[in-house]
Design a binder for this molecule. Structure first.
Ligand code: NAD
Length: 327
């Protein structure tokens, strides 16, 4: 049995990770400064506890790290709108919080599993991206890059601590995770934003011309990868793309959601500048090379986009009888 601290454990991905770890018989402490709604179904398991606090509370972080064998660090401000409106908070939480955890994991030789992002590669046009692809970013005066840079810096720290202080670590770069229990409707990332409009019968606003592509990865596939990468010794010391390699344009996504959900909404287009202001810049294509994760731990995303979208839409429909809600 492994004792695991999951920061951001009450978040979208974190809540599934906690659930899967508990189901495997591991002991889990979830740390999150948000509400415990998504993990309350684990309270009676006898193997789960929840601490509502911030990763910026250094003393508490040190106490929690000392109690476990593995830290899965998912806590972050990960909402693209906030990169632009609250860059200082994004940098503070994503950098300082991660450093408190890293310092303690390194000094106590605890395994550190870091949730990084496809965003670290910025707008590198040479897709698909393997884990060693170049980072191609805009200038620091553009707030949009603060999230990417903060995550990349923590990746550097993982390698540096690994090399100089023998820190056991794994870096995971997620690609557009979606599914039940994700952001509140209308908030955060593209699928909940589209879905809110679909459910209200309002026009669905596609940003730009809708030709920008993403590889959408179902949350259950992602959480399975996190658990396996965290506990499988073969993954140690490496960085992994965690994603589906099926490329879908944002317009195709909207059309798919419309068809799968049986909606009749109009799709309309709006320039990025009008939505985010000049501090935002969209990435045209973002596709992972998933060869490494398949080779090292035998994982690949198996949920077809249409199935995942159906399950997501069913979860958020007002009639849904979900046992765990993210709303
Ligand atoms: N969802 C994606 O598509 C995606 C893609 C790439 C990377 N990631 C990364 O994966 C991780 C999890 O993402 P998610 O989609 O589950 O996001 P999420 O927002 O649902 O979860 C993050 C959790 O962190 C918590 N948190 C924020 N600030 C905190 C603080 N100061 N102290 C403690 N907890 C704090 C939030 O309350 C939230 O529950 C994040 O690190 C994110 O950067 C996600």
């Amino acid at each position: 049995m492994t004792n695991v601290l999951v920061t951001g454990g009450a978040g979208s991905i974190g809540s599934y990770v906690c659930e899967y770890l508990v189901a495997r018989g591991e002991n889990v402490i979830a740390l999150d400064n948000g509400p415990s709604l998504k993990v309350e179904h684990l309270f009676d398991s006898g193997r789960f506890s929840f601490v509502q606090d911030s990763v910026l509370n250094k003393d508490m972080i040190e106490r929690l790290v000392d109690k476990v064998d593995v830290v899965i660090h998912l806590a972050a401000i990960a909402d693209p709108k906030r990169y632009v409106t609250e860059p200082l908070n994004v940098l503070n939480v994503n950098l300082k919080g991660s450093l408190y955890l890293l310092d303690r994991c390194a000094s106590q030789k605890k395994k550190f599993i870091f949730a990084s992002t496809s965003e670290v590669l910025g707008r590198n046009p040479k897709v698909p991206w393997n884990e060693d692809a170049d980072r191609v970013l805009g200038p620091p005066s553009i707030n949009r890059w603060c999230y990417s840079t903060g995550k990349a810096l923590i990746e550097h720290y993982c390698y540096a601590y690994g090399q100089q202080e023998s820190l056991p670590f794994v870096i995971m770069r997620f690609f557009n995770v979606y599914g039940p229990r994700c952001d509140d409707l209308g908030q955060g990332r593209v699928i909940p934003i589209f879905l809110e409009k679909f459910l209200k019968g309002e026009p669905v606003v596609v940003h730009g011309d809708g030709k920008q592509t993403r590889c959408f990865t179902f949350i259950e596939d992602t959480a399975n990868a996190v658990v396996e990468l965290s506990l499988n010794p073969k993954a140690q010391g490496m960085c992994f793309n965690v994603g589906s390699d099926r490329e879908t344009s944002i317009l195709e996504l909207a059309e798919n959601m419309k068809r799968v959900g049986g909606f009749a909404n109009e799709l309309v287009f709006k320039p990025h500048l009008e939505i985010f202001g000049k501090s935002y810049e969209d990435i045209p294509r973002r596709i992972p090379d998933v060869g490494r994760i398949k080779e090292v731990i035998g994982w690949q995303a198996t949920t077809e986009l249409e199935d995942g979208l159906k399950r997501t839409i069913d979860f958020y429909r007002p009639t849904a009888s979900a046992s765990v809600t993210g709303r």
